[in-house]
Write a protein that binds this ligand. Structure first.
Ligand SMILES: [Zn+2]
Ligand SMILES: [Zn+2]
Length: 373
């Protein structure tokens, strides 16, 4: 039901074009070894419902569409990297999720120029981008992060007073692996995101909890600067080498709420730089290199200009609030490819569970299969 029908395709045409155009743009400076051998296109192999005419432009112009005639969902298909049977998943042993809090898609990958996210735009040549990725639940910070981490849409009170109902990827991972809490972390500029470390479900509440480092000094201590979060995130990565981590940067959202358009855009650029620096650090770390997935996403967008007070706020179901970024980089994913199928925020947890080989007992999302190679 999420596959594009005729109406969806035409309505989303401009967005798809934008996403797919990313693929075209990345052709020119192709020197990355990884990209040269990248699969042709997701759309032609992933979904017969996808537009084959547009999908052919998503892939590398030098690549053919014949690289994979096997149904994408067949896990027995050979891994194109080394020929070993692809019996499941994965090379990934670590997943780092970076959340830029609350930019609109129209200022990130929906902007043809990518002028505010030059670093992510370059990273895209090594990753896979979903052109139509949505928060289909409550488009606020706590609910959005809850959806990312638990695979459930809940209409959470948004100041940190209420825990998510269901266990998160962190709790499920720590329980499944028996690893110590320091192998899973939530590092956030917003103190209220400490709720991501726990849940209400009997048997899970107060158990298998990850480490949290949120706000000035934990829940109800207030927000802290993104630069502090950036430094803390680096320290945690270097010190503990967590297998699973979420990092939240708040400034984009805060500047938006302050009705400071210029500072909102500047915050997007600054967060873009943090993301690149963290990615580079991870790739330079022998413990992480080649076995770490980085997912770059948002908790929500912001109103379209034509809705309420425009970019200043968010929280309803308008396209601006719902449409968000999903860019993923890792050893198990395609590279330099845009996917035009419709996926949503709760699908992240199912995908992370597949990557790290545990089950999400309560998650409602599905694995984002077309991003895997
Ligand atoms: Zn937010
Ligand atoms: Zn809205």
């Amino acid at each position: 039901m999420r596959y594009p029908n005729r109406i969806l395709r035409s309505v989303a045409g401009i967005l798809v074009f934008s996403a797919l155009s990313c693929g075209k743009e990345t052709k020119i400076p192709v020197t990355d070894a990884g990209y040269v051998t990248a699969p042709a296109t997701v759309s032609t192999t992933a979904s017969p419902a996808s537009s084959s005419s547009s999908s052919s432009s998503a892939g590398a112009s030098s690549a053919s569409n014949t690289q994979n005639s096997t149904p994408f969902y067949d896990v027995s298909v050979a891994n194109p990297d080394d020929g070993t049977p692809y019996t499941g998943c994965c090379k990934t042993q670590n997943v780092i999720i970076i959340v830029m809090d609350g930019p609109r898609f129209s200022e990130t990958f929906g902007d043809y120029s990518k002028q505010y996210i030059p670093e992510e735009s370059r990273l895209y040549t090594r990753g896979v981008l979903l052109g139509r990725f949505y928060n289909n639940g409550t488009t606020n910070t706590d609910s959005g992060h809850d959806a990312i981490c638990t695979g459930n849409y809940e209409n959470l009170e948004n100041t940190g007073q209420v825990l998510p109902l269901y266990p998160s990827i962190f709790q499920q991972y720590l329980k499944a692996t028996g690893k110590p809490s320091e192998k899973a972390w939530v590092v956030a500029s917003k103190d209220k995101l400490q709720i991501l470390g726990n849940c209400q479900t009997l048997g899970w509440a107060d158990k298998y909890m990850p480490r949290t480092d949120c706000g000035k000094n934990g829940l109800f201590s207030g927000y802290r600067n993104d630069d502090t979060t950036f430094q803390h995130a680096k320290n945690v990565l270097n010190t503990y080498h967590p297998n699973l981590m979420l990092i939240n940067f708040k400034d984009v959202d805060v500047r938006g709420h302050s009705n400071l358009w210029g500072q909102y855009l500047t915050a997007i650029k600054k967060t873009d730089e943090y993301i690149k620096a963290l990615y580079d650090m991870i790739e330079a770390d022998p413990i992480y290199k080649g076995k770490t997935t980085v997912i770059i996403t948002n908790d929500h967008g912001r109103h379209l200009n034509s809705v309420a007070d425009g970019f200043i706020n968010h929280g309803d179901d308008c396209e601006g609030c719902r449409h968000i970024t999903f860019l993923a980089l890792g050893p198990d994913f395609k590279q330099g490819v845009g996917v035009d199928q419709h996926f949503e925020q709760i699908d992240i947890s199912a995908t992370v569970a597949k990557l790290l080989n545990f089950t999400m007992d309560y998650g409602k999302g599905k694995v984002i299969d077309p991003i895997f190679r």
